[in-house]
Design a binder for this molecule. Sequence first.
Ligand code: AMP
Length: 588
Amino acid sequence: MLYKELAELYKRLDSTSKRLEKTYYISELIKKTPKKDLEKVVLLAQGKIFPDWTDKKIGVASKLVVKAISKATGASVRDIEEAWRKHGDLGDVARNLLEKRKQASLMPKELELDWVFMSLRKLAEHEGKGSVESKVTLISELLINAGPDEARYITRTVLDKLRVGIGSGSMRDAIIWAFFSEELGIRYNSGNNDIELSEADRAKYNQMSEKVQYAYDLINDFGELALRLKERGLKGLDEVSLEVGKPINAMLFQKAKDIGDAFSIVGKPAAFEYKYDGFRMQIHIVQSKVQIFTRRLEDVTEQFPEVVDALKKSIRAKSCILDAEAVGYSPATKKYVPFQKISQRIKRKYNIDEMAKKFPVEINIFDIIYYDGKSTINEPFHERRKFLEKIVKEKPFSLVLAKQLITSDEKEAQDFYNESLKMGEEGAMAKNLEGIYKPGSRVGYGVKIKSIMDPLDLVIVAAEYGEGKRSGWLTSFYLACSDNGKLVEIGKVSTGLKELEEQGTTFKEMTGLLKPLVRKSSGKFVELKPEIVIEVGYEEIQKSVNYSSGYALRFPRFIRLRTDEKTVDDINTAEDVEQLYEQQRARG
Ligand code: AMP
């Protein structure tokens, strides 16, 4: 198969924002893809070259891609960078340069899909000395032989910026349409952008969709899934199974308004657990090999050597997959600390032992997915908990079971929830005792009850200098959200030095960021160009006449700087605030 086919698909995907239309285009390509290319086409269509369960990425810097484009087209690095600045997309730059070249020279040979795919994989695998040169060569060889459109999409794929907008739902549907549209009589109608399906067939379709989704949640690889369906139809999914070392999509939880609501969703009695404020860890153990994955299925084993040790000592199973929450605590006071404090450990690649001492975590295990050679996902929750009690040797501040209370009594549950908040946790989970482990978000198996309102991203529009020792520093910030393109104020947060330092910033840094933005000043007060976005927590939202948004935050607190991730275009809106206010009222 030729790569041209994919380039055509990408162009079609780019041409529409309609989900079903995109799904249709992908399914048509899958239909005509020969078996040997199927996995590659499915991966590439999503801009990937490895299945979701690996965390391997192509990982090529844009500088290197610029060099490769230069080598392939003869354009200078400076000209390419200049064009890139203008277009904002290196893929388009490569396309335009190749178009010019094409007019002048003979057509190059046609790019085989297989060659592109293998070259991309090689890119991901080259590391170390001389790797830059060999990467440049790999990419430029592809580009030399590519047509203009192909060059555009190869460049984008290499940079991990394909962005054709197909999520996992579309991919699942496209695969089903590709293999079962005749059997189910599915027809995509581009006129009304809908599918035509009889009532009876729709029920069949929904069932099939469940089955395919379920298999995907277990293997996390649409390529393999498509191949199984092509080879053996739905039967091919029957023996899809869990494997230690291959992370599965985690079970997610919907929100309940309060304890009563939680009972009505999961039934009585229910298992209540602390909702720990940390991050999720999926732990895979076989013999003495331990692997730790995040909720996004990234392998973080190396970042948590002390957790690996603790697991090796305290888990009595030949093999298992555990679901847990890692929570940070202060080494001095042994009190739990908010997630933000330990979040830096997830990405950290150096001084790992020092980080482990400074920001220790306690692993709170709350579920088991696999135990001694067998999947446990179809066991009821109370049985799975029993397995956990059998195999986990608890050690406080290292490795423990999630604190649990089984009850039918609302008052007891409420007290438990309050206790969790007092311990500094986020709220409680309520779980159906008979529920199986369902990867993904499903109704009825478990819910979360949170007290703290979702934090807001707000922009700093003005600030005040502190007093006394702090008189040189800007320490209070006036905050605004957006309202149909305008900025409206919603409150003021005064920060303490400690509070800032805990989040990895200082008065000095904040003042340094804000000072160049001063528009006007009077006394201690300065008006600022709205550029710096921070995340702000609070206890409650109140109606207020003091601020132009009409709302105020009660007990606002600085959570963190968001300048790396967010600009003023990304802040929360007055509408968000109103919605949160309404939710809070609904909760009483
Ligand atoms: P949220 O991130 O607000 O959607 O809440 C769900 C998350 O809470 C899960 O993904 C876990 O990371 C976390 N969590 C904390 N404690 C528990 C628990 N006892 N059971 C399940 N999930 C928990």
